[in-house]
Write a protein that binds this ligand. Structure first.
Ligand code: ZN
Length: 213
């Protein structure tokens, strides 16, 4: 199964340039591609860590949606290329109604989780960088697990208990330099020494072969 990875609509970036403003657009093709390649057992980039997402989407397509942003967001002086959020409109009234209407106009429903990807990055990114960014955002949808690593299910809903997961490792280079690596940093370093599990062949099969050099 050879496919081409989804690219953002060029119209989105052109129009954002014209308006000198950030624009957003729904990305249903990106969702289909993620399901086919990461969340399906036969998929080239399949990862059982995300089975709990696949299970949710199987029952309820409203669990997760994707969007393109015309350019990166800047948060805490860092460029944000992707974002995973739990869609919660805390305010009430017309503001909440307006935000929910936006979601319904885009997707036909208000999703529980929303992953937004920087379209201008994706236009230029290598297939490997693009695929890694998507997987990074998927890992932000965490599920509570028991001591054996099995997902925990809610007694009320019978569904996996999801939450917005933080990063496994967040550290300053200066701290490691001065104080040494924490257990989490050591674990990351050990994994980084191994060859990546996903090969260029896997990537070429779901992204097309044009970008692999
Ligand atoms: Zn992140």
């Amino acid at each position: 199964m050879s496919q081409i990875r989804p690219f953002p609509p060029t119209e989105l970036i052109d129009r954002a340039d014209e308006e000198e403003a950030l624009r957003l657009a729904p990305a249903p093709d990106l969702k289909d591609w993620v399901i086919a390649n990461y969340l399906t057992v036969e998929g080239e980039l399949y990862n059982p860590d995300h089975d709990h997402i696949a299970e949710m989407l199987h029952d309820n397509e409203e669990f997760l949606s994707f969007a393109w942003a015309s350019s990166a967001a800047v948060a805490k002086k860092r460029m944000v290329l992707g974002q995973c959020e739990k869609v919660m409109f805390n305010q009430g009234g017309w503001r909440k109604a307006r935000q929910e209407q936006q979601m319904r106009d885009w997707y036909g429903f208000v999703p529980i989780y929303l992953i937004t990807i920087d379209a201008s990055f994706c236009e230029q990114a290598t297939d490997r960088d693009f695929c890694a960014l998507i997987e990074h955002e998927l890992y932000h949808i965490g599920v509570e697990r028991d001591d054996d690593g099995e997902p925990l299910y809610s007694d009320m809903t019978g569904l996996p208990k999801h939450y917005l997961a933080g990063h496994d490792v967040e550290e300053f280079v200066g701290v490691v330099k001065r104080w040494g690596a924490s257990e989490n940093v050591k674990r990351l370093v050990e994994v980084a020494k191994q060859a990546p599990f996903v090969s260029d062949v896997n990537i070429s099969k779901c992204c097309g072969t044009c970008v692999i050099s």
